[in-house]
Design a protein around this ligand. Structure first.
Ligand SMILES: Nc1ncnc2c1ncn2[C@@H]1O[C@H](COP(=O)(O)OP(=O)(O)OP(=O)(O)O)[C@@H](O)[C@H]1O
Ligand SMILES: [Mg+2]
Length: 334
């Protein structure tokens, strides 16, 4: 199956829209004052039906927090989440149950929170029971069908197994099956292949793509890894310290990155060509600052090689379109 880079999806068919999402974490009160950590700051994006949007950025930039807000596992401090056009940002917990069927998350270690004494059959039956779906025999059929779909077969052999008896790749297939069985329209995939050995990663991403084609699901794919994002995503958003600094179609963004941070991220990836491997790799100077007391102006300015003096350290950059569908927040373009 070919890479999604270079192909586009009509995002007029919006599945998910995040509008001005901000999320503050509060530390425990110290001296009667609680300190806020702004993990996500005024983020807006759209995900189309059948589209994969990548969120890339270094550790701590707010990717997982944004993903959890998109599923309403966290309630945003500000902003709106529109799912199929309906604002779910303030929906009370009780009203979220039906919605949760349509929105599923797949995480790095999917079974961290699952009872190790549950077998594959029980793991797949549990969401059906929670949502009151099917009779016993119908559930058995649904479970067989979904195991086939993720290629854990012969299915009968997998049903009695416990998760510790499965390989990393098989566990992730099971996690995908558990999400799929509820027939979601949207899947948040947060580093879904980072704990799987490199040789099995491509297969799992291939499976995700195949399922998307068949079921027209939208994916938000969170990763550190630009190489998998290039293969898997129709569009990519780059985050730095809680903000999206650039967003565009995968090939445009990777071939012609505009934001100095995106350029630095791409340059930090070792080249697949061994002749270039040791020449091109560059490391972004400095440490990513903390979201507590983030720098004024553009947050990247203390590390930026292209700083426009007198501006970047004072004014936050506006988000501007540099091409159709390709935006960046950088004073170089304002
Ligand atoms: N429950 C929490 N309480 C307080 N602060 C948190 C909490 N979860 C995350 N943070 C902070 O919010 C910021 C964003 O964290 P987040 O986990 O979203 O980053 P990330 O981009 O997913 O990082 P990684 O790539 O390491 O998974 C970090 O500064 C983190 O320390
Ligand atoms: Mg994370």
């Amino acid at each position: 199956m070919k890479s999604n880079a270079g192909s586009t999806v009509n995002i007029m068919n919006k599945l998910l829209e995040l509008k001005g999402i901000t999320l503050d974490f509060y530390s425990r009160k110290r001296l009667f004052r609680s300190q806020a950590l702004r993990a996500v700051d005024d983020v807006s994006l759209e995900l189309g039906v059948g589209e994969t949007l990548g969120i890339v950025g270094q550790s701590g930039c707010g990717k997982t927090t944004l993903g959890r807000v998109s599923l309403r596992l966290l309630k945003p401090s500000a902003g709106a989440i529109l799912f199929n056009g309906e604002d779910i940002s303030q929906t009370p917990e009780a009203g979220l149950k039906t919605l949760r069927r349509r929105m599923q998350g797949i995480f790095q270690d999917p079974f961290a929170s699952i009872d190790p004494f549950m077998n594959v059959y029980e793991i797949l039956e549990e969401p059906l029971i929670i949502h009151g779906l099917g009779s016993n025999s119908q559930r058995r059929e649904m479970i067989d069908k979904v195991l086939e779909e993720v290629k854990l077969r012969p299915t009968g052999e997998f049903l009695p197994k416990y998760t510790h008896m499965l390989s990393g790749g098989q566990r992730q297939r099971l996690a995908i099956a558990r999400a799929l069985i509820l027939e979601p329209q949207y899947i948040l995939a947060d580093e879904p292949v980072s704990m799987i050995d490199a040789s099995n990663r491509a297969e799992i991403l291939y499976l995700f793509k195949e399922l998307q084609k068949r079921r027209r699901m939208g994916y938000l794919y969170i990763t550190h890894d630009i190489a998998t994002a290039r293969y898997f995503c129709h569009r990519i958003a780059v985050m730095y310290l809680g903000k999206i600094v650039e967003l565009g179609p995968t090939l445009n963004l990777l071939r012609n990155p505009r934001h100095p941070y995106t350029r630095a991220l791409i340059n930090a990836v070792p080249s697949p060509d061994p002749a270039n491997r040791f020449h091109q790799r560059q490391v972004i100077p400095g440490e990513p600052p903390s979201p507590i007391g983030a720098p004024a102006g553009c947050r990247f300015h203390p590390r930026c090689p292209d700083i426009v003096l007198g501006k970047c350290d004072i004014q936050p950059p506006p988000t501007l379109a540099v091409e159709k569908g390709h935006i960046t927040a950088c004073h170089l373009y304002s």
